[in-house]
Design a protein around this ligand. Structure first.
Ligand code: ZN
Length: 269
């Protein structure tokens, strides 16, 4: 069994993923973990995923209705704004965008010309000027129908995709100028264990593995970094006051090799 990133031989581990009921494999060359068998997850995503991870609960809906933006999303936008060379003429495509929290901030800051959300679940759809929903999996979309795309982004989606090599080639076929993503950082021990065991993730990346993968597909790295948000952490409770002070000071995220998120911006040749 070979690593889908670097093609080295994988070794089996004792980490069993509870959702797939499969063991994870490890690649010591690129320091990544993988589930090597594709599992039919359609029923799981339809019935359990959004309930378990609460993207469609009352609170999320309220945030959406008020077009509020969390600190986390604000930090993501700042990163894209800094490295992505975006403007109001940009057409955005977000894969797995649920109701479009990122659209809420993009709309306020730069008024994108078109923002398309690829989200199979229709219940997240909403009507807004310049916002379009494609209720399909990205893998099932006829890419010629999407029109011009400048920036493709996805947050915590890549680790859910089984055939990552084919996926990146499909992205390239759309000829965007930038690709922006965020995944869990598996160099963080707590994140690694959660990702390996309790989430429907096929792949668990290290910084090294992403560098190898994107270079294999001729994506040019603009910035790849590991961050630790100061105002949000799924494993620590952070008080309301601290969250808002950090947001106003703009010191919300710090670069930290053992932080919880790994994110990058690439340009596509
Ligand atoms: Zn590898």
């Amino acid at each position: 069994m070979n690593c889908p990133v670097c093609e080295s031989k994988l070794e089996i581990t004792e980490y069993r993923n509870k959702i797939f009921d499969e063991l994870n494999y490890y690649c010591k060359t690129c320091e990544s973990y993988h589930i090597v068998k594709e599992v039919d997850t359609s029923k799981y995503y339809a019935e359990e995923y959004h309930r378990k991870f609460s993207y469609n609960n009352f609170f999320s809906k309220l945030i959406n209705k008020l077009s509020l933006v969390s600190n986390r999303t604000a930090g993501r936008f700042d990163f894209l704004n800094k490295y992505g060379n975006i403007s109001q003429n940009s057409n955005f495509l977000e894969i797995g965008g649920t109701f479009g929290e990122f659209f809420n901030i993009a709309r306020k800051k730069i008024h994108p010309k078109l923002y398309t959300i690829v989200e199979p679940d229709k219940k997240f759809n909403r009507k807004h000027k310049n916002l379009k929903f494609e209720n399909k999996l990205f893998e099932d979309i006829d890419i010629h129908e999407l029109g011009r795309v400048d920036v493709i982004q996805m947050f915590h989606v890549f680790e859910h995709i089984f055939d990552i090599n084919n996926f990146l080639e499909r992205l390239k076929a759309l000829q965007p100028s930038k690709f922006y993503f965020e995944v869990p950082n598996c160099a963080n021990e707590k994140v690694k264990i959660e990702s390996l065991i309790n989430n429907p993730h096929y792949h668990h990346f290290s910084k090294k593995s992403l560098e190898i993968l994107f270079s294999k597909h001729q994506f040019e790295q603009i910035k790849l970094e590991i961050i630790e948000p100061q105002s949000y952490n799924p494993y620590k409770k952070i008080g309301f006051f601290k969250r808002y002070m950090l947001r106003f000071s703009g010191a919300d995220e710090i670069a930290d090799e053992s932080g919880i998120y790994l994110r990058g911006i690439y340009s596509i040749k």
